[in-house]
Design a binder for this molecule. Sequence first.
Ligand code: FAD
Ligand code: ZN
Length: 479
Amino acid sequence: MSALDPPPLPSRFLERCLAILGPAGIVLEPQSIEPYVTDFWRQYRGRAAAVLRPASTEQVAAVVREAARAGVPLVPQSGNTGLVRGGIPDESGRQVVLSLERMTRIREVDPRGEHLVCEAGCVLETVQSKATEIGRLFPLSLGAQGSCRIGGNLGTNAGGVNVLRYGMMRDLVLGLEVVLADGRVWDGLKTLRKDNTGYDLKQLFIGSEGTLGVITAAALKLFPAPKDRQTVWLGIDGPAVALDVFELFREKAGEVISSFELLTGFGVEAACTHLPGVRRPLPEPHPWHLLVELAWSFEDGLSEKLDSVLDRALEMGLVRDGTRAESEAQRANMWRIREGQSEATRHMGFIVRSDVTVPIGKIPELVERMAAWVASSVPGVTLIPFGHVGDGNLHFNFVTPPDRVDELKSVLLERLYDEVAALGGSISAEHGIGRMKCRSLWRRRPALDRELMARIKAALDPQGILNPGVILGEGEERA
Ligand code: FAD
Ligand code: ZN
């Protein structure tokens, strides 16, 4: 063994896992382990001693029991699209990835009860399709929906483009099944809409990023399927106007607004130039753009309602130009521009990502302050803010020269987080803390917050075998 090799796993741990999982349930070859230790954008890489791939709740429970007995740290992973290094192991080589990807059964679908029970390894898009098949909607929707899985959506309390109307993942859950750190199975898989029987235990696990338990199945809420949908693209002057338009839409169309997304002209032009087949929805470039979607369950009539809102927006001089999707292809093109913001600018440098939220009225100030600071203090870096303005949540992508990432990454993020804190915001709206943001988080959160979280962690995982280093860790910044 060289000095660089990680210490081997405790004797017989892998043998016992092999006996539980069979050969299909265990990955040991470095090449095959690679996809489980590298993040979606290939910006970060950890090391794993092995990958375990259980196919049932019983198998998850059995391997967690073995890990607890042997003191082996486990990293729960579902689709591995997380953006904060929470689902890939650290660099020690001692951690073992526990992948839920083989647990893909949909256990129950109930249109009348409007719920669906599925396992943690179900791909989000599969769950959405299942709901559509029975004339319902599962509203969680995000760029990674073809790859991310329900376990990870729960682990991160995912957000996405429909939060404005339907809430975050934690609002979409009726019950959970969780394997605890000692290998016992907690059966909280209820499908009740109302249940006030003490602490709401399921909520503890949602958003805990794999540090408190391994979620194996969930009962998810379904909603009436929208039958009439309108998707609008507007060219506007800037974030302050975006809020005026938002207020107008809230006043006139309130509960039928599903999405309200903001984009920069720069990001839109980049998408139209670099993403194959994508076209700018409006003939001319504009400084900023809004993508707004409305939907309801009536068969029709929404278009006329939308006309009156748009007429009013024009009368008020809020929009420079606008268009609506007349076909599914046009709608897909609009959403491709929105979802492709990172992809379209990747070639320009290393993208330092962020995911912040402020009270919605503070969005223009935050954008202005950051744009001014970047222009004056970090030449060579391009700032691209975009995202869920209707939720007060923007992703600020800093496109950074690759050779300056080590020098600039924490400078850029800490400056953003300071501005966000000064405006009463949060450093993570939807992606979570993972291994990446621990330091930034604990620098800003009161000691009592940390103490309470550490006590919950100690109560549920006293040995610290579930995702050590995530949320309560010291943080790693290296790319
Ligand atoms: P993973 O990456 O596998 O894991 C994420 C975290 O959950 C890790 O901490 C992991 O340990 C934990 N975890 C995984 N499975 C379990 C389990 N079974 N039990 C307990 N803990 C578990 N996120 C948003 O919120 N909104 C967006 O709009 C959005 N857009 C994105 C767009 C792109 C292109 C990409 C690449 C990512 C985007 N994300 C977004 C981030 C990511 O897709 C979400 O965080 C998603 O919920 C992660 O799901 P996953 O299955 O990939 O989880
Ligand atoms: Zn987002």
